[in-house]
Design a protein around this ligand. Structure first.
Ligand code: ADP
Ligand code: MG
Length: 287
């Protein structure tokens, strides 16, 4: 049984508060723009520079993966985009707005590493919870929940409890919950990190199809090179101490429509190689 971490719940609640419709697809082609973004955590010991002068532009419809070793600031960057953390210096805009304005307009959905589902609520009622907080009428809540559960392949599981589902299915519920908010931007922090490789392959395939079908802009954190290459239109390679961007790799050489067998292609191997080289560079810096 997975009990939500209280901090995740607070964050998820913060992420869902506010009012106003999601921005229409006709809005700005740039969804995230960060310039010289730095964040220093003041700790009792000594300050930790989690992000150092990060420059990043994410266009509408992009699938951007952030990859790098633990502690390189991936979660921090996602949290800054989501207005869960304030940068120490630099500039960040989400569709031309401050992260706070974007949060209040419910522009993004956030998927945490752990599914953070309430065990006493059915699958459907878990997906409906943020919609309840938004004050949507019950019929609309139910309709949106059903639509999104169908999208993630969980029709027929509405009345189950989270603990009756596998880890992969629970994570799909949590993606459905984020999508039910109809966000422009989907932020995902290692959503498949705790799953076995076969389940992960299956969910990667599902996610790429979902991304193509919905046209959402995605920012996806991962440790897995194969996962990053398979899913992304662009890969951001990061390194720790201080957290910074080492390389941004375009995956234009791969088709937009992807099946698992593209992983055998020379184009896939070439991108994976470049990611690996970038990570190596970051590592030697660390020694
Ligand atoms: P990642 O997600 O890439 O593993 P994080 O963004 O979680 O990295 O962390 C980046 C760095 O900031 C790490 O050195 C981590 O220990 C530190 N850090 C993260 N959150 C806090 C916090 N709330 N207070 C102090 N240090 C933190
Ligand atoms: Mg992290």
């Amino acid at each position: 049984m997975t009990f939500p971490n209280p901090q995740d719940v607070r964050e998820a609640t913060a992420a869902r508060q506010g009012s106003g419709p999601a921005i229409s697809p006709a809005a700005s082609p740039v969804v995230v723009e960060a310039r010289k973004l730095s964040l220093v955590y003041p700790t009792a010991d000594k300050p930790v520079t989690a992000l150092s002068e990060v420059d990043l532009t994410i266009a509408r419809g992009d699938f951007v993966s952030l990859i790098g070793p633990s502690g390189c600031g991936k979660t921090t960057l996602l949290r800054v985009i989501a207005d869960l953390e304030r940068p120490t210096s630099g500039h960040i805009a989400i569709e031309g707005m401050t992260p706070e304005q974007a949060r209040l307009k419910r522009l993004y959905g956030y998927v945490f590493q752990a599914p953070a589902l309430y065990p006493w609520r059915t699958v459907e009622r878990n997906v409906m919870l943020p919609l309840e907080i938004m004050g949507l009428p019950k019929a609309e809540r139910r309709q949106r929940a059903r639509e999104q559960l169908e999208r993630v392949g969980l029709s027929g599981f509405e009345r189950k409890f989270p603990w009756q589902l596998s880890g992969g299915m629970q994570q799909r519920v949590s993606i459905a919950r984020a999508l039910a908010l109809q966000p422009d931007l989907l932020l995902m922090d290692e959503p498949f990190g705790a799953l076995d490789e076969i389940t992960r392959d299956h969910l990667n395939l599902h996610l790429t199809q979902l991304w193509r079908a919905t046209g959402k802009t995605c920012v996806f954190v991962t440790h897995s090179i194969a996962e990053a290459v398979f899913l992304s239109t662009r890969i951001v390679v990061m390194s720790p101490r201080p957290g910074r961007i080492l390389d941004v790799i375009d995956c234009d050489s791969l088709p937009r429509e992807r099946t698992l067998d593209i992983r055998e292609s020379p184009e896939f191997a070439a991108i994976a190689h470049r990611v690996r080289e970038g990570l190596k560079e970051g590592h030697s810096y660390d020694d």
